[in-house]
Design a protein around this ligand. Structure first.
Ligand code: PNS
Length: 158
């Protein structure tokens, strides 16, 4: 049986922690779809197309991973693409509270199961929003995002 998982998120932009989860999912599952949420009512730091391009560039070595975008409900995206498994990273208890609630809702409304990957310890403090705050303040983010994403952040916010 071939198993496809979807890794959904805002990824504005993807951090080293997100990329670690993508890589580990790609090692465990037959196919991984990274699905970037586009919210027409919310202007991000990067456009959804830019976020997708950055992730695609950073994951080009993973043959079984593709990047897509979605709007609306994740369960609708899953149904439309014949996917019934979501894969998310968990940094700690705060993530677990929220992610468990979403997982239960997605299972209830769409029959979609969720598997959780524990964040690597060196990534548990990372978030896209904190990284952007550091860049805005002129701080150093080497190692927290790959060089290409750091450059994009500096161009956009620095
Ligand atoms: O990286 P994020 O912002 O924590 O990702 C959250 C995301 C995109 C996975 C979640 O908000 C989502 O799935 N949004 C799509 C709308 C939806 O399905 N909402 C119901 C969730 S139970």
């Amino acid at each position: 049986m071939s198993v496809t998982v979807v890794c959904p998120g805002s990824f504005d932009p993807a951090t080293a922690g997100h990329l670690d989860v993508f890589e580990r999912a790609a090692a465990r599952f037959d196919r991984v779809v990274v699905a970037v949420l586009g919210n027409p009512n919310k202007q991000g730091t990067f456009t959804v197309a830019e976020r997708c391009e950055l992730i695609a560039a950073e994951t080009a070595h993973l043959d079984n991973l593709e990047v897509d975008r979605f709007e609306g409900l994740l369960v609708d995206y899953c149904r439309a693409h014949g996917i019934d498994l979501v894969c998310k990273g968990i940094r700690g208890a705060a993530d677990m509270d929220y992610e468990l609630q979403m997982a239960q809702m997605n299972r209830r409304v769409g029959g979609v199961e969720t598997v959780f990957v524990s964040a690597s310890p060196e990534h548990t403090f990372l978030s896209s929003s904190l990284i952007k705050e550091v860049v805005r303040g002129g701080g150093e983010v080497t190692g927290l995002v790959p060089p290409r994403i750091a450059e994009a952040l500096h161009r956009r916010l620095g």
